[in-house]
Design a protein around this ligand. Structure first.
Ligand code: HEC
Length: 216
């Protein structure tokens, strides 16, 4: 191809690209698009195929510890004040006074009539048990008298626990982020068996069947 021909082609490609860019800009400025709250389609996930187990980091995860914010916790505690207070020597209400509860054994606050469920739970209020209890009190200790739906967000639980912790005279230390190494250890790495791999494939991944494969 001579040089002039090449230049024409290159010029045409450049002009087309420029045209597309312009078109995109213009259409963006005319049509303001916003993602809908609810997606218009549902994703169908394949039900067959290898089950990939989601590995959850052990408690407390880095995000949880980072969410230990006493100021936010003070706001979350507004959900608790109809039944609890956190002052030294504060009165019991519908629920026990919570001063110094982080790190303490469960159901030991003087003068409060705890449920048998909590009294016999044998729990100590560690970060993990408080997190579990505050997420869904009735599920964590079935039969508890704490009639509270729970705090769904882990950040809210971490925050209110930090608020309770720092409100005590001698707060227990903040927790360390639990060590977590999701990489498989040498023992669990198994030699790949090519036959097994084909069996585990999802319909989507499976190679298109050829007559020889059907015969097998
Ligand atoms: C509707 C009242 C009510 C609300 C709201 C409530 N609690 Fe409770 N809470 C109770 C009662 C009652 C108990 C005692 C449970 C038992 O004896 O089984 C309790 C027990 C507890 C305990 C265990 C105390 C101990 O001495 O062992 C903790 C910790 C606690 N609540 C924290 C909270 C926090 C934090 C909130 C807010 C996010 C909250 N509660 C909201 C009523 C409530």
């Amino acid at each position: 191809m001579d040089e002039l021909g090449f230049n024409k082609i290159a010029g045409a490609i450049l002009a087309t690209a420029l045209g597309f860019m312009l078109l995109k800009e213009v259409s963006h400025s005319i049509v303001h698009s916003e993602a809908p709250d609810v997606p218009a389609y549902a994703l169908e996930l394949p039900t067959e195929g290898p089950v990939v187990e989601e590995v959850k980091a052990p408690f407390p995860q880095a995000e949880w510890v980072a969410a230990m914010d006493a100021d936010r916790g003070a706001r979350v505690f507004k959900k608790c004040v109809s039944c609890h207070n956190n002052e030294a020597g504060g009165a019991n209400g519908t629920g026990p006074n919570l001063y110094g509860v982080v790190g303490a054994p469960a159901a030991v606050h003087d003068g409060f009539a705890y449920s048998n469920a909590l009294k016999t739970s044998g729990k100590t209020w560690t970060y993990a048990s408080l997190d579990g209890f505050l997420e869904r009190p009735g599920r964590y200790i079935s039969g508890t008298n704490m009639n509270f739906i729970g705090l769904k967000k882990p950040e809210d639980r971490a925050a209110v626990i930090e608020y309770l912790r720092t409100g005590a005279a001698n707060p227990i230390p903040r927790p360390e982020v639990a060590a977590f190494d999701p990489a498989p250890t040498e023992e669990v790495v198994v030699e790949a068996d090519p036959g097994a791999v084909i069996e585990e494939m999802t319909a989507q991944d499976a190679p298109i069947e050829t007559p020889e494969m059907v015969e097998q």
